[in-house]
Write a protein that binds this ligand. Structure first.
Ligand SMILES: [Zn+2]
Length: 277
């Protein structure tokens, strides 16, 4: 629209200058007012273009709002507020001296926070705030266990059952590689598509929600590990909170788009003091 207007304006002005030069009328008034019929036509054209543009913008805004209303329901908004508040509150508790000074207490609180973030994230994804069926509750708790259990790879890498050994690894354990998690999620997605198992369809999304929320939370201390590219700098605190809150909405968006034939929502079901974790 703007390009056409500028092109037309340039045409009128150049035409005006040429005609005025030919007629030896070089005053600014003659240059501007001379081709008045062209200017009137131009203004009508601008008016039409602007009306069309405003109409298009109104349609686009209306479509965007209706899409946003579809994704961000009241329950989703409530879930995001609870999730963000839980993160901030539990992070604050993790900073308390009584928690910091006790290794096992820190480990428990950190693991509990990872689990709770996983629980709330999946509850947002399936629109189950609060859960209304055993299946929903089972899925939500399973996602929490996945998120919390991801730190088991510290013990596997340390080849020890002792917390002290798990916390002094020279490198980050394999399940803390975000690129690897994305690859596993993709393979899971392909597998569930190939097997066409309706029961397993939420699994890739649940795995990604649990793992990525865990990684983002850990990322506030150590950054995201994108093997083989390296690691990002540690995420600023409010970036981590924002990403944790946005993640379930993004997963919900993918679920809505790619699983529209799957009645997931209607089917009644579908942590740093461990600083090194
Ligand atoms: Zn971890």
């Amino acid at each position: 629209m703007c390009g056409a207007i500028w092109h037309e304006m340039f045409y009128i002005i150049s035409n005006s200058i040429v005609s005025c030069t030919l007629l030896r009328r070089k005053s600014l008034r003659n240059i501007l007012v001379g081709p008045w019929d062209l200017w009137v036509g131009f203004l009508f054209h601008v008016h039409d273009d602007l009306s069309l543009g405003l109409q298009e913008m109104a349609t686009f805004t209306s479509n965007l709002l209706s899409a946003t209303r579809t994704i961000v329901t009241f329950r989703t908004a409530l879930g995001i507020i609870i999730l963000g508040s839980a993160c901030v509150s539990l992070d604050h508790i993790l900073q308390l001296q009584a928690v910091v000074s006790n290794l096992y207490c820190r480990a428990f609180m950190d693991s509990f926070t990872h689990g709770l973030v996983g629980v709330l994230s999946w509850a947002i994804v399936i629109g189950a705030i609060p859960p209304t069926s055993c299946r929903q509750l089972g899925e939500i708790l399973f996602c929490g266990m996945l998120s919390s259990g991801l730190d088991v790879d510290h013990f596997v890498a340390a080849r020890s059952i002792y917390l002290q050994d798990a916390l002094v690894l020279p490198h980050r354990p394999v399940l803390h590689s975000t690129s690897l998690i994305l690859l596993i999620g993709f393979i899971l997605l392909l597998t569930t598509r190939i097997t066409a198992s309706h029961k397993l369809r939420p699994l890739p999304y649940m795995f990604l929600t649990a793992s990525l929320s865990h990684h983002i939370r850990d990322g506030s201390r150590r950054g995201l590990w994108l093997w083989p590219l390296g690691s990002t700098p540690p995420l600023p605190y409010w970036t981590y909170i924002g990403l944790v809150c946005i993640l379930p909405v993004v997963v919900e968006l993918f679920l809505d788009r790619t699983e529209s034939t799957l009645p997931l929502k209607a089917s009644n079901g579908a942590v740093s003091a461990l600083s090194s974790m």
